[in-house]
Ligand binder design. Structure first.
Ligand code: NAD
Ligand code: WQD
Length: 349
């Protein structure tokens, strides 16, 4: 059997670098396209250290159609995993144009090039953020979309575009229709257990786990817990945290599912990737303290604008159709985060 080449946009980033490890370990050839706007190429050297195999790396912006065309001509991928995108909610409210240009226009250019090269298998990094506000705490894929910030809307717009693309040719091009998996991630945390790759946020982290890790290592003085008066078990926000290794395995499962019934005559389908239950901010702090023996200096602060009290995935569809579910525990997520953080206190620098 010929070995498939998977082109990974954003492959030098946090989730992308872990995906490269899983893809290489699963026997795929891997080509990475990344403009390094939020990552360092060192991550790909580390991928080689872990797997003993190299990815082919192109430092390029997915909006550069000519470069992308040349890469497709040379590398002949059969499938694309599309991680490249900007992801900071606050920044997206300040610079919406940047977010729509990068995330929406970038995907348009990518899918145009894919179409021109007849590459029609795509796994897209979507987000639970697309669900917006609802009275439910457990999110199933059939809930209405209603993102509440430009970042979330950029993901929702891309989902719409991809659904339209698949619908347009599922009947007219039965020989090679689009097969698109929209993977809606809940809250990815953790790192590869080697401690060689992990999340390396620029500046002060926006997200809870890297913030806690930087307080533990002494880089940041104190964590602010955003609200302790939510209607949750202990008053703090509850989220569905998912180990990044479980998450990237979901992408491999999606690629395999392109040969299964639901994709045979073309389709664009959304799948939640989450554990199906949540942990509170205090659960995270307590587990971190227990596993690492470090005490986390924190104070209760006002709620953060735009935060919801509690939500978690209904992951049944991914189990049924992708044969995927999470395997790792909160302890694994905390232990692997700490292993990465303590071995790389300055990230990749
Ligand atoms: P990341 O910033 O670590 O990785 C994204 C990568 O894409 C970076 O290496 C960046 O340099 C690259 N990139 C950005 N714009 C590009 C462009 N125009 N051309 C080429 N490369 C570009 O982020 P991540 O956490 O690994 O997230 C990966 C994807 O998953 C993103 O699309 C993000 O929106 C989505 N996602 C992330 C989370 C999360 O909490 N981390 C949750 C849901 C969805
Ligand atoms: C988790 C919990 C906070 C920081 C974000 C994006 C979402 C997705 C994942 C990409 C909440 C609390 C946090 C802190 C705290 N990304 N918190 N102090 O907000 O669930 O989701 O990342 O798609 O789009 O919005 O994740 O890690 O920021 O917050 O108390 O310093 O931790 O209030 O309850 P969030 P988070």
């Amino acid at each position: 059997m010929s070995i498939h080449t998977v082109l990974v946009t954003g492959g030098a980033g946090y989730i992308g670098s872990h995906a490269c490890v899983e893809l290489l370990n699963s026997g795929f050839n891997v080509v990475v396209v990344d403009n390094l706007s939020n990552s360092k190429a060192t991550s790909l050297d580390r991928v080689k250290q872990i797997t003993g195999k190299s990815v082919r790396f192109y430092e390029a912006d997915i909006r550069d159609k000519e470069k992308l065309n040349n890469i497709f001509t040379k590398e002949k991928p059969t499938t694309v995993i599309h991680f490249a995108g900007l992801k900071a909610v606050g920044e997206s409210c300040e610079q919406p144009h940047l977010y729509y240009h990068n995330n929406v226009f970038g995907t348009l250019v990518l899918t145009e090039v894919m179409q021109e090269h007849n590459v029609k298998q795509l796994v897209f990094s979507s987000s639970a953020t697309v669900y917006g506000i609802t009275d439910k705490t457990q999110y199933s894929e059939d809930l209405p979309i209603g993102a509440i910030n430009p970042y979330g809307r950029s993901k929702a717009m891309v989902e719409d575009i991809l659904r339209d693309l698949a619908a347009a040719d599922s009947k007219t091009k039965p020989d090679k229709p689009w097969k698109i998996a929209l993977l809606r991630y809940f809250n990815p945390i953790g790192a590869h257990d080697s401690g060689l790759i992990g999340e390396d946020p620029n500046g002060i982290p926006n997200n809870l786990m890297p913030y806690v890790a930087q307080v533990a290592i002494g880089k940041l003085p104190q964590l602010s817990v955003f609200g302790d008066d939510y209607p949750t078990k202990d008053g703090t926000g509850v989220r569905d945290y998912i180990h990044v290794i479980d998450l990237v395995k979901g992408h491999i499962s999606a690629i395999h599912a392109f040969n299964k019934e639901q994709f045979l005559s073309g389709n664009c389908k959304a799948y939640n990737l989450g554990a199906g239950h949540g942990y509170s901010v205090l659960d995270i702090i307590n587990t971190f303290e227990k596993i690492t023996g470090k005490s986390i200096n924190y104070k209760i602060s006002p709620r953060r604008n735009g935060d919801l009290a509690e939500y978690y995935a209904n992951p049944e569809l991914a189990l049924k159709e992708l044969n995927w579910k999470v395997e790792k525990t909160l302890k694994d997520m905390v232990a692997d985060t700490w292993n990465w953080q303590s071995k790389n206190p300055q990230g990749y620098q």
